[in-house]
Design a protein around this ligand. Structure first.
Ligand SMILES: Nc1nc2c(c(=O)[nH]1)N[C@H]1C(S)=C(S)[C@@H](COP(=O)(O)OP(=O)(O)OC[C@H]3O[C@@H](n4cnc5c(N)ncnc54)[C@H](O)[C@@H]3O)O[C@H]1N2
Ligand code: MOO
Length: 394
């Protein structure tokens, strides 16, 4: 049997199987959560003129402490057409263009106005260009605002819009086919015969992908039968096929041979990981295939470590792997064995704590967890106050 692959090596081999989908011009409103496939460059300068940051009066700083004569108004979208001379002020509103001849804004709370007569009624602006947003304060035309491989967030959508874009270069949604395998599995809520079990991995996996740009293809629950599995896998039309169950070494663990019979070439099987050891990955023509273990916690962890990063890479992510963060331990941990361990942990008073019972079939423990606590292969016993790394569970 092949030796177990280290997690990081399995992840890099998996990502190497993916061909990122080509970017397509996609309307801004549909680009959220996708990744930029090309750099996004500003088509305009923002702001494109000096603007007022406050409601008040545009003045010349040199004219302080006034008084002034108000000669007109500049509102957002309706600039003042003239030029202010010494001693003149222009009524101005937030976001309006600073009139020619003015350089500073006096806020209206510090001004007193009678008809066209304006006087200082407070401290007034303390320096030249006070309350002015300079042309180009945010960015200049030609600046790269979003790098290729960066995620499109709500703020980046707005940034692209203000930079003059109506579309963003992002990949289409990744088509992900999902299948559960196992003769014992029936849909949740079905009355159970002895030995049957509600099927939950597809549901959980699809929910784990819900924030990613995917189109899900539900292949349902497949029986542990070579011919059925092979036909189902061979007929898949998707960028990625994810299976759960049947990944191990038992007589009814048929996913590996069925994938091979359907034309898939496996790249790896079995990773030095707990839970999730029997995970497998390969390619079947244009489809990357990922076989997750059936134990629900193993399926969850391998979805975090393999499925999500793979989808993100296909969608153009520059850094698709989850990034652990350091935290202090709140309770001791035993020495780890030869597989990287991802313990289900809670964060209590800002510190990570793992319950001692960590069976990979226990959904209740998983559901109560805030994080996975990473334990490197062979890590020695750890004590409260030691630093460990965690991955947050959303
Ligand atoms: N002799 C060995 N036995 C096992 C090994 C091994 O190395 N040698 N590995 C163990 C490890 S580690 C894991 S993980 C499991 C996973 O194996 P499979 O992928 O073949 O999983 P199944 O046998 O199909 O199922 C395991 C367990 O999970 C339940 N299950 C499966 N699918 C679902 C689903 N969609 N929803 C809910 N529950 C599901 C299934 O009923 C089983 O109880 O193998 C160990 N064995
Ligand atoms: O790797 Mo298995 O996932 O320990 O249960």
């Amino acid at each position: 049997m092949t030796p177990l692959l280290p997690v990081a090596e399995a992840q890099s081999r998996l990502l190497a199987l993916a061909t990122p989908l080509p970017p397509e011009a996609t309307p801004l409103a549909r680009a959220l959560g996708h990744w930029a496939g090309q750099p996004v460059t500003a088509r305009r300068t923002q702001p494109d003129a000096d603007l007022s940051a406050m409601d008040g009066y545009a003045i010349r700083f040199a004219d302080l402490p006034g008084p002034w004569t108000v000669i007109g108004e500049s509102a957002a979208g309706r600039p003042f057409a003239g030029t202010a001379s010494p001693g003149e002020a222009v009524r101005i509103f937030t976001g309006a263009m600073l009139p020619a001849g003015t350089d500073t804004v006096l806020v209206q709370e510090e001004a007193q106005r009678e008809g066209t007569a304006l006087a200082l009624a407070g401290e007034g602006p303390q320096y030249l260009r006070r309350n002015v947003r300079a042309r180009g304060l945010d960015f200049h035309e030609g600046d790269v605002l979003i790098a290729a491989g960066e995620r499109i967030t709500p703020a980046r959508l707005a940034l692209a819009g203000v930079a003059g874009h109506a579309t963003l270069p992002v990949a289409r949604r990744v088509r992900v086919a999902v299948a559960a395998t196992g003769d014992e599995l029936v849909p949740p809520g079905t009355p159970l015969s002895p030995g049957q079990l509600p099927e939950t991995n597809r549901l959980m996996l699809m929910a784990q992908l819900a924030d990613l740009p995917v189109d899900l293809i539900d292949l349902g629950i497949l029986p542990d039968d070579m011919a059925t599995l092979t036909a189902a896998f061979a007929g898949v039309d998707a960028d990625l096929l994810v299976t759960s169950g049947g990944a191990s070494v038992g007589d009814h663990d048929l996913v590996r041979p069925a994938l091979a019979a359907a034309g898939a070439a496996l790249d790896f099987w079995r990773v030095a990981l707990r839970p999730g050891k029997p995970v497998m990955a390969g390619r079947m023509r244009n489809t990357v295939v990922l076989g997750l273990p059936g134990n629900p916690v193993s399926a969850f962890v391998t979805a975090m470590l393999f499925v999500r990063p793979l989808v993100a890479r296909m969608a153009g992510a520059g850094n698709p792997l989850p990034v652990p963060r350091p935290i202090l331990l709140g309770a001791p941990l035993p020495a780890n064995g030869p597989r990287a361990d991802y313990l289900r942990g809670a964060i209590v008073d800002g510190r990570a704590v793992a319950p001692p019972l960590q069976d990979s079939a226990m959904l209740r423990t998983l559901a109560a967890a805030d994080c996975l606590i990473l334990r490197a292969p062979g890590a020695p016993a750890a004590n409260p106050g030691d630093s460990v790394e965690i991955l947050s569970i959303a």
